[in-house]
Design a protein around this ligand. Structure first.
Ligand code: NI
Length: 432
């Protein structure tokens, strides 16, 4: 007897060898997809009839600071440097374990609601992030965000903490949690420190999550201090490889694009954050053309201000089209690939595709809505017309986290109430 069967559903498998399946069936057992097709001989304890809906791989958010959800809407409409140095960093200095836990629970709740099944995170108090992820039932690749600013003592301390986190949490929560090293960025971490982090990550066999060339200021800083941009600088210390998840990558030359593609670097494109902070536009279509693995992330809620990956997909497509003045770039199916298959590759997880033997990480999207009617092309609707609010069921690791709009793994009202309470206390502390 299988654990669950979902039937009578339009399946967007994202499996290039199969394509879409009309009126399909998926069988789930032990957290994995056991069967997928148009019929099955299996029976299951739980059967979901999803007529009129679309079943698809859950979305993968490859750059997030989930704890920052506690800062949603806290500091808007500012210059990035002012925003970071005068608002975010001083506010972060006040954060406690409880704040991060409350913020991350809120983030998990929002992600489960809006169809995200896995995310990559880099932040502080990361143990509390891991605890929240464990309890929420979602999947994540977590890293403790490290900054040394060239201070040897701080470098030692940061690496020790990052390393302890990696060892404590890797493979935990029934395998839903993977860990990474999280050196913040090439302009906030020293050359020596980045070399040490890479060595340690290789030794521990885990990936690295880093911000790269988010701003023109970073580009200028690297050129002034090292005579090369961040991409060439990191190439020079043998940093690049398929184990690297590089967020943003906005300020790239054509030569940089070739390097990122050649070394199989995973690039997390964060269009809304880049637009909101006026950081610039990542040359996504050129990166994809060069063969690079580009996925999608929301960044933290202080620069977005939500975690809706449907909105992020649409924005990614629209931004590329208008910036290249070419409406044919980043078609809907390609954007869906970025948010599913490419994201799974970046995190090194067997998700992002509905296929036998893959993780049962999937969502059901309700298509019986005025703004999704009529349907000529499902992929087009998912990217250009749908939003996270249209997701009605979310399944991670074979467990139903939300069913018919009701979140099962978290007490929704409690998560919201506590987040409000923490934010009120936090603002008092910051203003004092
Ligand atoms: Ni970020």
């Amino acid at each position: 007897m299988a654990d669950m069967i979902i039937k009578n559903v339009y399946i967007l498998t994202m499996d290039p060898s199969v394509g879409d399946i009309e009126n399909g069936v998926v069988v789930i057992e032990n957290g994995m997809i056991k069967e997928i097709g148009t019929s099955t001989q299996c029976s299951a304890e739980k059967v979901i009839d999803a007529k009129g809906s679309v079943l698809m791989p859950g979305l993968i958010n490859t750059h997030c600071h989930a704890g920052m959800t506690i800062f949603r809407g806290y500091a808007d409409d500012m210059q990035l440097q002012d925003w970071l140095e005068n608002h975010i960093w001083p506010a972060e200095a006040q954060l406690t374990d409880e704040d991060i836990y409350a913020g991350t629970r809120l983030a998990c709740l929002e992600m489960i609601r809006s169809g995200t099944v896995a995310f990559a995170d880099m932040y502080i108090h990361e143990n509390k992030v891991a605890q929240a992820v464990d309890e929420a039932g979602i999947r994540a690749a977590l890293s403790y965000g490290m900054i040394d600013f060239g201070n040897k003592e701080k470098a030692d301390k940061e690496l020790k903490e990052g390393s302890a986190f990696v060892k404590e949490w890797n493979g935990k929560a029934d395998g839903r949690i993977d860990t990474m090293y999280g050196p913040h960025a090439p302009n906030t971490c020293s050359r020596d420190f980045l070399i040490r982090v890479k060595e340690q990550a290789v030794k521990d066999n885990v990936k690295i999550h880093i911000h790269v060339l988010e701003t023109e200021a970073e580009l200028n800083y690297m050129k002034e201090n090292f005579g090369v941009c961040s991409i060439h600088f990191l190439k020079g210390i043998d940093f690049w490889g398929p184990d690297i998840l590089a967020a943003h990558c906005v300020w790239l030359s054509d030569g940089d694009i070739r390097i990122l593609a050649e070394y199989d670097v995973n690039i997390s494109h964060n269009p809304i954050s880049n637009m909101k902070l006026a950081s610039g536009i990542c040359p996504v279509s050129k990166l994809l053309e060069a063969g690079a693995n580009v996925c999608i992330g929301t960044d933290g809620c202080a620069s977005n201000n939500n975690l809706d990956m449907f909105e992020e997909m649409r924005t990614a497509a629209l931004l590329q089209k208008v910036s290249t003045m070419d409406p044919t770039v980043l078609p809907a199916r390609k954007v869906l690939e970025m948010a599913t298959i490419n994201g799974a590759k970046a995190l090194g997880i067997k998700s992002g595709m509905l296929k036998e033997g893959y993780n049962a990480d999937m969502i059901i999207v309700d298509m019986n809505k005025p703004h999704l009617t009529p349907v000529y092309d499902v992929a087009s609707h998912l990217v250009y017309a749908a939003s996270g609010k249209d997701v009605k069921t979310t399944i991670v690791n074979g467990k139903v986290l939300m069913e018919e709009g009701k979140v099962l793994s978290l007490d929704e009202q409690e998560v919201i109430d506590i987040a409000i309470q923490r934010s009120k206390e936090l603002i008092l502390k910051i203003n004092n």
